[in-house]
Design a binder for this molecule. Structure first.
Ligand SMILES: *Cc1c(COP(=O)(O)O)cnc(C)c1O
Length: 499
């Protein structure tokens, strides 16, 4: 299996090269040149596999330069009972909806599903292409990726990880998680800007020949843990298969029967993995893309106009506060039949004017697959409170956005197709807002740990161990920098300044 760029500039690289490098030299994203397709019978036969073996089965065709043993070691090491107590991707059922809970890992958000395995894939990839080299993993985060990357890469030999988060753009608990990170190869910076500034800053560092050269001189290459990295997206395909197979086992869906997925979306990585699963033969019906007030994707998927020139809202679902959804580029590439020139023109226009428009044919293709909707903060809080009161099921704000968008979709269409809402974070990661929501605005004490305790007392739902353990941990990182200083921060962290 070979990989090429969404902008046509590089072709025929191995999976190891794509994962190690993270982003293409022409600014595009790596995509596989073809996709494996599983027949209905092959999919049914996956029913008996446990999560690790399922992950290996899904990933193998994409990693043809990895041995079966290597892949098995990666999935076996990532999805352990210790890291995911009770299993990595359980389904819950509440109010007529299935919730795919992807937050039972070490950082309590769905990013763990990919970031527990990416470091293993990446370390192997680097050794395959340039034995003896190390990788500096640059990561921009809207809150959850940063912590999951730090936790996944901590003390992994031959890697260093540098995380940039927007200073006032993450929840108090997310910030605390990152600032208390342990490990000898980790660095954390608050960027004085929003997520898009941080993400653009990281892309700029990749494009900076000087930094690349300095890194090479010291025996390092630059890589990324963001969902621009193929090694992030690939493991996410697995849980869509897992969810569907569980519904099959439970008799909730007939063999070959369609299931809709509603996904709370930011950088378009999670929902793109669902699209790829469908392309690979999984019987997925509609893909419903849910946004918060930063509804740039809702507009795009309904009008074909992508316009980032709009107000940026800091919401209670901060991991979706994104105006430039990087992975949309991969969808456009796929739906345009692999037309890198067309994709490059759209992305150039986006960079130049902040806006582009796709033609009617493309929009039609998109709308055959996707629905979209958005939901503001007050409606999100209503959804959390109503779901708690009605079903005694506690939603985090990101999941609540999706639950509300799905509710409206079902009302509009009358659809009775079984639907899975992808549940992306533990409600305890956002305890102050969730507590305020379930108490109808009555309770929001000072201090995030006070909110956590009160939420647990009120609901009887235990606090996940990694969240509870944070209270006693010392802060190790308190540096901040301007977006323009991010390159310097990398040089300093790596010790390449010569000073
Ligand atoms: C990252 C994240 C999202 C958005 O996922 P994308 O792959 O960026 O679309 C949604 N919810 C939570 C809790 C997240 O951490």
């Amino acid at each position: 299996m070979k990989y090429c760029s969404t902008r046509g500039g590089s072709a025929g690289v191995s999976a190891a090269q794509a994962v190690a490098q993270g982003i293409c030299g022409d600014g595009g994203l790596f995509v596989p040149e073809s996709f494996p397709h599983f027949s209905a019978r092959e999919i049914d036969a996956m029913e008996s596999l446990n999560y690790r073996d399922l992950a290996a089965r899904i990933m193998e065709p994409f990693l043809s330069d990895f041995s079966e043993r290597e892949i098995g070691a990666c999935t076996g090491g990532a999805y352990t009972e210790k890291k995911f107590p009770g299993g990595p991707a359980p389904l819950a059922f509440a109010g007529g909806v299935h919730f795919l809970e992807l937050w039972h890992g070490p950082t309590c958000a769905f990013k763990d599903m990919a970031l527990q395995i990416l470091p293993r894939l990446l370390a192997l990839s680097v050794q395959k292409i340039q034995a003896g080299k190390g990788a500096v993993v640059l990561t921009a985060t809207s809150g959850d990726t940063g912590k999951a990357a730090l936790e996944g890469f901590r003390d992994v030999k031959g890697t260093r990880v540098v995380v940039f988060y927007p200073k006032n753009g993450v929840s108090a608990l997310q910030e605390r998680q990152m600032r208390t990170q342990e490990g000898n190869n980790v660095f954390v910076y608050a960027v004085l800007g929003n997520f898009d500034d941080a993400q653009t800053g990281v892309k700029r560092i990749f494009a900076d020949g000087e930094i690349r050269k300095k890194a090479a001189e010291h025996g390092w290459m630059l890589s990324s843990a963001n969902s621009i990295n193929w090694g992030r997206l690939l493991p996410q395909i697995t849980y869509y298969f897992s969810a569907w197979l569980r519904l099959l086992s439970a008799g909730e869906v007939k063999p070959g029967g369609a299931v809709d997925f509603c996904v709370p979306t930011g950088n378009f990585g999670d929902i793109l993995a669902a699209y790829y699963a469908k392309k690979m033969g999984l019987p997925i019906g509609r893909l419903i893309c849910a946004s918060n007030s930063n509804d740039v994707l809702t507009e795009f998927l309904t009008t074909g106009i992508y316009n980032r020139n709009r107000r940026f809202y800091a919401t209670i679902s901060p991991s979706m506060d994104i105006l430039v959804s990087s992975n949309l580029e991969r969808l456009l590439y796929d739906l345009s039949g692999g037309d890198g020139d067309r994709v490059r023109k759209w992305m150039d226009e986006l960079a130049r004017t902040g806006r582009y428009r796709v033609g009617g044919g493309m929009l039609q293709k998109i709308q055959r697959l996707f629905d979209a909707g958005s939901c503001g903060d007050s409606e999100t809080k209503d959804e959390i409170r109503e779901t708690w009161e009605r079903d005694h099921y506690l939603l985090d704000p990101h999941t609540a956005v999706a639950a509300r968008v799905l509710r409206r979709y079902r009302e509009k269409t009358g659809s009775q197709t079984p639907c899975v809402v992808v549940s992306t974070a533990s409600p305890y990661k956002f305890a102050p807002d969730v507590l305020e929501a379930v108490t109808g605005g009555k309770r929001r004490p000072d201090g995030v740990f006070q909110c956590i305790r009160e939420l647990s007392d009120l609901t009887g739902i235990p606090v996940p161990e990694p969240v509870a353990a944070l209270e006693g941990k010392p802060v190790r990182f308190s540096h901040s920098c301007l977006p323009a200083e991010m390159g310097k921060a990398v040089l300093r962290s790596a010790g390449w300044t010569g000073a």
